[in-house]
Design a protein around this ligand. Sequence first.
Ligand code: GLN
Length: 567
Amino acid sequence: MDEKFLGQMADKSSEEQYSPFPEGYKIGKTKYVIITGSVISGIGKGIFSSALGKTLQDRELKVAPIKIEAYLNVDSGTLSPYRHGEVFVLDDGTETDMDLGSYERFLDMKLTKDNFTTPGQIYKKLIEKERKGEYNGRDVQYIPHVTGETKYLLRNLAIKSKADIVLVEIGGTVGDFENLFAMESARQMIYEEGPENVCLVNLTYIVEPSHLGEFKSKAAQLGLRELMRLGLQPDLIVCRSQHPVTETIKEKISLNANVPLKRVFNTYDVDNIYELPLFFRKQGIDEAIMEILHWEKIHKVNGSKSLKEWTDKNAAEKKDEVTIGIAGKYTGTSDTYISIVKALEHCSTALKTNVKVKWIETTDIETGKKKIEEELKGIDGLIIPGGFGTRGIEGKIACAKYVRENNIPFLGICYGFQMAVVEFARNVCGIKDASTEEVKHDPENNVICILPEQEEVEGLGGTLRLGGFDIKIKKDTKAWNLYGKKDSVRERFRHRFNVNTKFIEKLEKCGLIFSGMAPEKKIMQILELKDHPFFIGTQYHAEFTSRPLNPNPVYLGLVKSAIENKK
Ligand code: GLN
């Protein structure tokens, strides 16, 4: 790309262009892999991108992922788990899509707000800038302004992360109205950065209708056509299917999308997602990316050896099996609790024991539709996860009581922690109307109340107590032992309510131990019971920091105890 042309685009006084570059940006220093999806949503673009990132990391390349969402929300914080799965919380407090969890787990990285964006964020910035007159009298337009701000975010991430490769995942599907701005920004990126600096990948879906019993590639062809209609020529195509596709299918895709057959790949259902990076490596996907990005000389495969080790460790054979119940109110969609499920998988690998999940719908227990003894029968441990609102909470409280009285290993997460406090207050301390401010206003009995700092807060989006905070751990407690005798750890939070300080003394007198708290504020963050095999509650979401080969200590403690309990 002609430097003069770029300079002109970066120049604010330019009439037609708006393509701001962060200071110090140099074309070609960071390269981009842009991932789009076609045919249908829900084909695992996030997992695909994370696994691909892992293969690039394995080549000793520094990778920085960014997800560009297609919805207008400023972040994922206000989305219902029914519609969009779990809200993943980053250490800096950004509430994101669950794909960011995938990235953190696969790439073992701590991501920040720079790794996530939405059109809502971009428009907000755009409008604020327009109000300040920062567009120099120009009529503000989709092109060049929305695209200009989008490209800026990608380049900004490149500069800030000093990455070799920025991995851009465009949310939604080719043909959506919502992600057109991102597609157009990708097109411009390829033009401005040069084709040797951007690799465009399309993950497409090959249908296999059961009544035909064979693969059909038409939908994928149409999806790819649509992509090309947007001026985007894919460099590499990955066909996603349930079973391995035939060579003929790949040939059809190749011809229809002008992509050489050697750059058409296939990924299908695998038992363990951690096999994917090595699976991609064996097919030569990352090798092809290196070629497209003209990187053959400087890349190293660190390689196959370390990736093989990582894969083998993740596939460790499991001897026994334990069942962990998860008692929540969104149990119909397991994506809601995806990080919890993943944290359990990490424990499963570490302890070489299969961990089976049993979903327990607390609303059914609350309404009496299902009996608690029946529902909790056969479980070796129980998790009460986070949640909001009134529905299902009496079911959660009943579950907490049951596992406390029956010595079943228990982990309460956030709302689960709070419900364990309410249960203890009611049934051990005799505060029979104990509850939380979240469901009713009753200062006399609410052992859970609003955080003081939250009282003045207005609006819902981004206003909870969010992100990583330190936890001071009491010596010689179970928590202290779980965390390897550390006096302080850092975990991620997402809450508005907490243990009412007025009741702490009473709860402690009755035997509840608060073994972790905020260093400078009176916010209780871990609870435990003495005479119980494992009864731990955390005001934080320990699952967000669990990693494939490094499970979070409280989850590991729970599963270990469940294994003991089963014996
Ligand atoms: N609803 C509770 C609160 O806001 C718990 C939140 C959660 O479980 N993430 O404090």
